[in-house]
Each structure stands twice: as C-alpha cells, then as structure tokens.
Design a protein around this ligand. Sequence first.
Ligand code: COA
Length: 322
Amino acid sequence: MTYSRIVGTGRYLPERIMTNADLEKIVDTSDEWIRTRTGVERRHVCAEDQTTSDMCIEAAKVAIEDAGISVSEIDMVITGTTTPDLIFPNISTIIQHKLGIPACTAFSLEAACTGFIYALTTADKFIKAGEVKCALVMGAECITKLVDWSDRNTCVLFGDGAGAVILKPSEEPGIISCHLGADGQYKDLLYYPVGASKDLATAGTAGAKIMMSGNEVFKVAVKTLGKIAMETLDDAGVSKEELDWLVPHQANIRIIQAMAKRLDMPMEKVIVTVQDHGNTSAASVPMALDVGIRDGRLKRGQLILMEAFGGGFTWGSVLMRL
Ligand code: COA
C-alpha cells in the first residue's frame, strides 16, 4: 500500500509583532486578561501591502528546500485559507506561477481554521490514488485584515502567518488516518458576514467584523475535538498512550489543555505556539508542526496527532508518523 508522508516543512511569519501591551493602547483590555483567558502574548501582523500568497511563497520556499526537491517535481498545490488574495483566480495558481512550478492541479479550499487539515487530507487521497507524486500543501491567513481593531472580544485573539508542507508517496506511513467533519447548524457562532455574493461593498467597514460567541465556540470545540481525536485513534487501532505528540490548532491555551487532558497527555507532549502566534486560523497547525520539527522535539518515526476546529463549524484530525 502507498502512503503519503510529509518530507519537508516551512513557515513564514510577518515581521511586525503586536504585543498585548500594544493592544492595551487600542482597546480596553489587559495583558493579564488576554494571557489568562487565551494564552496569547504576541501575534504577527502582515503589512498593508502583504497578501496571503506572499506569505505562502516564503513558507513554501523553506519547505521545498527542507524536502530537497526541485519545484519541477511538484504536481499539486493546495492552499487552505479563508483570506485568499483575490476572489479569483484561486491563490494556489498565484503561488504555483510565482514559484515557477510547472502547470499542475492547483486549488484552494476554505474550511476556516480547519483549512490545512482539509487540504492535507485531500492531498493524501490524491497521493494514495497514485494520481499525484509531490504535493505542496499550505495553510495560510491574513486574518488580521478581517479584524475590527476596536472589538476587544476578537481583536486580541488573531494573528497572521503561513505554513507549508511537501507531501510525497511512501511505502511506509506517513499519514495513517484522516477524519473530517462539519456542521453548518453552528454558522452563527463564528462567521464573517461579508462574501463575494453577499454584501461585498461593506467588507472592511465597521459593519463587517468577525462575529463570535466565544463561550459557545469554546464548549463545542472541546467536545467535538475530543470526539474526533478518539475516533481517529480508534480507526487506526492506536491507543492514546502510544501517541508521541499532539499538534493542535492554536486557538486558545485552555482548549489545548482540555484536549491534552482528554488524551491523558502531559503538556510536555503538546506543541504550543499560541503565545507567540495567536490564532492564525488555517496556518496554525502547519506552523506549529514546523516549529516542533525545527526545534528538534518532533522526530522521524514518531506518532503525531494533528487536529483543528473552526467556523462552520468545521473540524478535522490527522494521525501520522513523521
Ligand atoms: N479584555 C478584557 N475583557 C474582555 C475582553 C478583553 N479582550 N474580551 C472580553 N472581555 C470581557 C467580556 O466583555 C466579559 O465582560 P462582562 O462579564 O463584563 O460582560 C468578560 O470579559 C468575560 O467574557 P467571556 O466572553 O465570558 O470570556 P471567556 O472566558 O469566555 O473568554 C474567549 C473569551 C473569547 C477568550 C473564550 O470564550 C474563547 O477563547 N473562546 C473560543 C474562541 C475561539 O477559539 N475562537 C476560534 C475558534 S477556531
């Protein structure tokens, strides 16, 4: 059986860092409130003229070099993002062309914070089917461009960035098990009210800001992620004790701690970047993966569970050996 395996990773974070102290100057909040409720201490914010594809290209270059491949080998580009540069053409075509990747299958998909898990799962299927030999898979977001900086309920949470992986066929795992889910009944708990076919003219104005019922999101996230994590392990016939690492979506330290508790994992076995990155939506899992690999914690052959949850709601998890 052919598996797919991650053979290279990369990340890019914009230069500008905004600390909690910076936010104290903009809204009625405090470093103490933000840290204790969310775990966030700082976040990176993209420049006004910087786009999501700009960040993807930088992350992809690092992943390509890490994998030791040439761009000519890449035959699929998928980007999970809610903040593409343009409505069309899709962001993956922009990245493909700018990186000099030969014409290939290139598309983006939108699953809010679960975007990378959806993208990775999709690429895994193409590789297992034998239709793709080398996929560039990214999760990236300029989410701060949707943030209303006068709304303390949401502006303290988010940050920008891009994460990229190179996925290739392998005789050994690799990706073992993927689980995706979504339920639109929760749409009103977390959404951005403007889109290409709805109220586009008001985008970026005070009327259009991230709408979130934080408490409700929190509860459903913990419940759903716990369930899908166990389903993923059961499906693969793996016990939670066998897991080496949890690489979770970085929305809130308390959600991450709740997940670790469900899996009986000490926090020493969880990659946490929320303090430095904030919630970077689709970028958070691939960036956390890259952080863990580059600082030497995540090692070849280890069993890793990645999971994410986002607006929709959408959710997903991937169990893999690195
Ligand atoms: N600074 C200071 N006070 C703030 C604040 C801020 N940045 N944001 C909200 N508050 C206030 C509220 O106005 C409220 O005040 P009140 O009691 O006088 O009305 C109080 O803090 C408590 O608000 P509440 O929303 O109940 O706080 P919470 O403990 O639920 O924490 C979140 C809020 C957003 C941090 C938390 O609900 C959360 O993380 N939810 C999940 C969000 C998430 O992960 N979203 C993305 C999913 S992918």
